[in-house]
Design a protein around this ligand. Sequence first.
Ligand SMILES: [Cu+2]
Length: 800
Amino acid sequence: MKAKWLLALVSAVCLCGPVYVVHAQQGSTADSAAMGSIAGVVHDPSGALVAGTRVELKSVTSGAKESTQTDFQGRFVFAKIATGRYQLTVTAGGFEVAVLTDLEVTAGKEPPVNVVLKVAAAKSSVEVNGSALASAAATRYNVDSYEQARSRNAAELVAEAPGVSLRENGQLASIPFLHGLGDERTKLVVDGMTVSSSCPNHMNPPLSYLAPAQAAELTVLAGITPVSVGGDSLGGTVAVDSRQPVFARAGEGLHQEGGSTGFFRSNGQNYGGSISDWVAGRHLGIGYTGNWATNDDYTDGNGHKVTSTYAQSTDHIVTLAAQGAGNLVVLQGSLHHTPYEGFVNAQMDLVRNYAERLNLRYLRSFEHGTLDTHVFWQNTWHSMNIGRDKSTFPMPMWMPMNTHGRDIGYSLKLELPLSTQHTLLAGNELHRFVLDDRWPAVAGTAPYMGPNTFVNINDGRRLRLGSFAEMASRWNAHWTTLAGLRNDTVWTNAGPVQGYSDMYAMHADAFNGLNRAHTNPDIDATFLVRYDANAAGTYEFGYARKTRAPNLYERYAWSTNMMASGMIGWFGDGNYYVGDVGLKPEIAHTLNGMATWHDRARKTWEIKVTPYETHIQDYVDVDTLGTTMYGMSTFAQLQFANHDASIHGADFSGNAAIWNNSSLGQGKISGVAGWLHGERLDTATGLYQMMPLNLRLAFDEELKGFGAGLGVQAVDRKSNVDPHRFEQATPGYTLFDLHAGYRRGHLQASAAADNLLNREYELPLGGVNFDDFMASMWMGQIMPLTGRGRSVFATLRAEF
Ligand SMILES: [Cu+2]
C-alpha cells in the first residue's frame, strides 16, 4: 500500500499563536472518500506548548509509519491519510514517551488530539516549560546541525526570530537586541546560568561562551517576559540550552550517540569543526563536545578588506549526568579559549580570553510538581591590546589591559500545579559578579601610561538577589492569564582606584572620596491575558514593569582623561565614556499586544502581528562632556546619565504553504518583518542603534531528502540616529541568499551562497570602522562598518 501521508504544515520560525483546542475539521471530504486526517497539539504538564517534538503515526492495519515534528505552536498534522486505526507516539527530550493507541480515522473527519506530556527525569528547557503560559512573543525552537554550522556565534542562531536584531561586535560576540533593547538590557541565560561581560567593551558577552555546536534549544522572548524568566532585564530574554542528557532505555544496554561536523565559508577563510559523543547507561551518562573555528578578515561587497574581523576559538565541554527515582543531576565543566579576536569598531582588540566554568543542575520531579536547581561558577581572564591589523600613529603603540571576572550564583525554581486550572511558580536566585580591570604600565611612557598600573575597576561587585511568584490560570477554553511579581535587590560597590601617575590623581582622589556603595531594591511585575477567540484567531495583551540596576562600568568607570575614557564603551561608536556613581536603575513599562489569524485548520496560512510600546524611566543614556575633532571626524566624551526614553514598534510574521503533493514535495513561503522607533524624550532625539524597517522573506522546498531555499533580506535606510554619539545614517539595501542540502542515512551535506549579488552595504547596527579611521592617521571621515560580501558556505556532517 502506498503511503500518501503528506505534511500540510511545515514548521515556521515565526509563528507563535497558541491553540488549546484543535477543532475537528468540518466537511473536508473533497479529496477522497477513503481519506482522513489527524491534527493535534502537544503541551507540557504546565500547559506550555512544546515545539520540535517528534510525532510518529503508525497504521495498525498496515504497519506503515510516518513521522513529523510539532511546529512552534506545538501543533502537528497528518493530512490525507487512509482511513483506519492508528497509533500515535510522541517523543520529546526530557519527557516520557506518550503513546495514544486506537485512534480512529474516518473519511472527512479529523479527530482532535491533545497530548499532554509527562515530565521524565530530564526535562528540556526549564526556563520556558517552567512558565506555565509563555508570552505571545515567545519563539522556541530546536537547532539542527546545519543551523549550528551556519552560525558564526550563538547570537546568530536567534537572529531570525521576530523582534530580534543583532549588534556587530567581533566575529564571536554578536549581541542580540530585542525590540530595540540589547546587551545587558536583555537577559541571556545559557544552560540556566547568568554570566556577565568581563570587559569594558563587552567583547565577551554571555552568548560568546557558547559554541553554536553546543546550542540545542533556543527560546526568544521579545517583549513581555514572565517574571519567572526575567529579572534584571528590560527587553526580554534569550535562553540557550545544550542538549539534554539521554539515557538508555530498558533493555538497550549502553546508549551511544555522536556526530562530527566540518564547515567552510569562503569569504574570510572561515573554517572549523566540532565533534561530540555521548555514552549512557540507564542511570549514568558521560559526554564530550569539542569545537574549534578560525577565520581571517572578510571582504565587503566593494572588494575592501574589513580588517580586525579575524578570530579563533576553542571549546571543550564535558558533561556528566545521573538519573533515578525522579532525580536528575547534570554536571557540566567547560573551558573556552579565544587566543585572538579583532574588533574593527573598537580602539582595542581581544588578545586572549580564557574562561573556565562549572554548572551543576539538580532537577527533582515529584508527584505534585518539580524543583529545578542550578549552581554555577565562571572564572574569566580577558586581555586586550592593539591587535595585528590596527595601524598606530604616530608610533607603534602597546597598551595591555587585563580584566578578571568571576561569576557565581544559584537559582531555585518550584513549579506546583495547584489544580487543573492554576499552576504556581515560585523561585529564588542569586548572582554575584566580581570584577577587576587593570592596565599595566608601559615602559617609557610615563606619566601618560606609567609608572604605575592604571586601576580602572578595583574589586567591583554586583550582587543580585531575586525572588518571584507567578500564577498561570486557564479559566476556560477561551481565557488564560498569567500574573507575576518579582523583587530583585542589587548591591554594587567598587574599591579605591589609581591612575598611571599623579597626572590622574585629582580624579582618582575625587572618586575614592565618594560613597560608592549602592542598594537598589527593584520590583518587577507582569500581567498577561490571552483570549482564544475561535479556531481562527488568538489575541493577547500584556503589561510589564521591568527594572535594571546599572552595571559596574556605568557606575564606576571613573577617569575623564581622554585616553582612559576612550577605552570604555561597548557601542562600537569610537566615543569616550565616563561613569556616574549616582546612576539610578532603569524602569521600563511595556504594553504588548498580539493577534494571530490562520485558516481554520491551520494548514495553509498564518499571520501574526505584535505591536508594543515601552516607556523607560531613567534609561541609561549619556550627557555630553565635550567633543573633540581628529581630522574630518568628530567624537564625543560622554558621561552615562539617566534620561527617559520610549520605544514603540511592531513585529509581523507569517507563512503559507504553496504546494504540497507527492510530485512537487512541500513548498512554503515565510516572512518576518520588524519596525520600531526609539526616542529620548527630553531632547526628542533618536536612541542609538535602532534597527530600521526590515523584512526577511524565504521560500523553501523539500522533496525526498533534498531541501533548497531562496532568501531575501531587505533593510530600509536608517535615518533616526543618535546625535549625542554622532551616529551616522546608513542607506537601505537588499541581499539575496540561496541554500541546498541533502540528507541520506547518517550523512548530511549542505551548501549556501550569501549576499549572492555581492552587494556593498553598511550595517545599521555595526557601529563605525575604527580600523580604517586609524589607517587614515586619524585624519579621514569615519564611516559606518560595511558587511560581508558574497560568500560560499559548505558543511558536511556525519553521525555515529
Ligand atoms: Cu575587552
